[in-house]
Ligand binder design. Structure first.
Ligand code: ZN
Ligand code: ZN
Length: 156
């Protein structure tokens, strides 16, 4: 499934498309996202174009998409990197934007330090849903690794 927002795709179209692809009814998605069915209806009818924090977070998790994608569709900004969120666990500072080189589908290692790039939690392997998170929302493991923990994984 391609969960990347298409060009010109509205928030309403995007949410509906991903929901359908996941085989969820409106009720199921609303339950999963922890939002009211009427709020979801408004979003899918294009009446709500700006998500509040709760709907934003809930929908990103329920639709299994990075919250940056929801940001992009609600603001009408195309996603440049068609690939998943990737970062260097050593060089990246949580909360800051990612280097374009990391996001390139062909990049596997950090161009600055050579560390293998990561697109999921080191502990539970859930995909990274937002770069605003410092910790994995599923298991609480910090995304950024210190030098010490990197050194210990290398020597294992
Ligand atoms: Zn690096
Ligand atoms: Zn995790």
């Amino acid at each position: 499934m391609d969960n990347t927002p298409q060009s010109q795709e509205s928030l309403a179209e995007y949410v509906k498309r991903i929901r359908t692809a996941l085989g969820l009814s409106q009720t199921e998605l609303a339950n999963k996202a922890g939002i009211h069915i009427q709020s979801l209806g408004k979003i899918e009818r294009g009446l709500t174009t700006k998500l509040n924090t709760k709907s934003h977070r809930g929908l990103a998790i329920a639709l299994q998409v990075p919250s940056e994608y929801l940001d992009a569709v609600s603001r009408g900004i195309p996603i440049n990197c068609a690939d998943r969120l990737k970062f260097c666990p050593h060089c990246w500072t949580p909360g800051t934007t990612l280097e374009d080189f990391w996001l390139s589908p062909r990049s596997l290692f950090c161009f600055l330090c050579g560390t293998a790039l990561r697109d999921s939690c080191a502990n539970c392997h859930e995909p990274i849903t937002s770069l605003k998170f410092r910790f994995c929302p599923y298991c609480g493991t910090p995304y950024k690794e210190s030098f010490d923990s990197l050194a210990s994984t290398k020597t294992q």
